[in-house]
Design a protein around this ligand. Structure first.
Ligand code: PGA
Length: 248
């Protein structure tokens, strides 16, 4: 039985006051939540969130990491640095990193490896653009994204990661994949992994992201291969986020 994960991806939205209020709001509504809940904060706020959630069952995540372990890489942040602030999960290969910052499948694979090597749980994001979906290339694109990582780290290493299926056309647009659309890609991902390692495929948590909301979360998460959500916009409002956490 796979546990539901709900991860909030705050993206580049935060201030010290905002973080205090948001985390307070989330903490005050956590009773009755059985999902694993992860807050993926921007780097400068990791320390603040680490303190705020200390002693609770909320978990801390980061939104990116360097593929390199240390050294002369101005502006980069390593796996060990985020671990120093109590981070256990890190988003890798978000479509905004891929499309706006040129992260190729190979770079994403290297970052996933850096996370795994450091003992962090990578939340590996995959997903197709609208153009690719309309050209019937969804499965091919997702397979290529996953195979780049599998060929670097091996399917066995997926034991320690989470996959987030995030159709690019659904991110921040209010357009959500229907439960049928999402379930079909999630099943495809699980089958792809099963071809290399069935045990890992059955165990791995595959979460959905892309305009998941308090209204649609339960329908999505109740699909057999959807094990939770990666939440952007709705993670910035404690009440909405908590409703999604309770949908699992
Ligand atoms: P959204 O973002 O929920 O605002 O669509 C999801 C994500 O980008 O992870």
């Amino acid at each position: 039985m796979r546990k539901t994960i709900v991860a909030g991806n705050w993206k580049m939205n935060a201030s010290k006051d905002f973080v205090d209020t948001l985390v307070d709001g989330i903490l005050s509504g956590m009773s009755g939540v059985s999902s694993e809940v992860i807050l993926c904060a921007p780097f400068p706020y990791l320390s603040q969130v680490e303190t705020l959630i200390g002693g609770t069952n909320l978990m801390l995540g980061a939104q990116n990491l360097s593929a390199k372990p240390k050294g002369a890489f101005t502006g980069e942040v390593s796996a060990d640095m985020i671990k120093d602030f109590g981070v256990g999960h890190v988003i890798v290969g978000h479509s905004e990193r891929r499309s706006l910052y040129g992260e190729s499948n190979d770079v994403v694979a290297e970052k996933t490896k850096a996370a795994i090597d450091a003992g962090l749980t990578a939340i590996l994001c995959v997903g197709e653009s609208l153009e690719e979906r309309e050209a019937d290339k969804t499965e091919a694109v997702v397979a290529e994204q996953l195979n780049a990582v599998i060929s670097l780290v091996g399917a066995g290493a997926f034991d320690g990661i989470v996959i987030a299926y995030e159709p690019v056309w659904a991110i921040g647009t209010g357009l959500t994949a229907s439960p049928e659309q999402a379930q079909s890609v999630h099943a495809f991902i699980r089958n792809l992994l099963a071809n290399s390692n069935d045990k890992v495929a059955q165990k791995i948590q595959i979460i959905y992201g892309g305009s998941m909301s308090a209204e649609n979360a339960a329908d999505l998460i109740s699909c057999p291969d959807i094990d939770g959500g990666l939440i952007g916009g709705a993670a910035l409002k404690a009440d909405d986020f908590l409703q999604i956490c309770k949908a699992g």
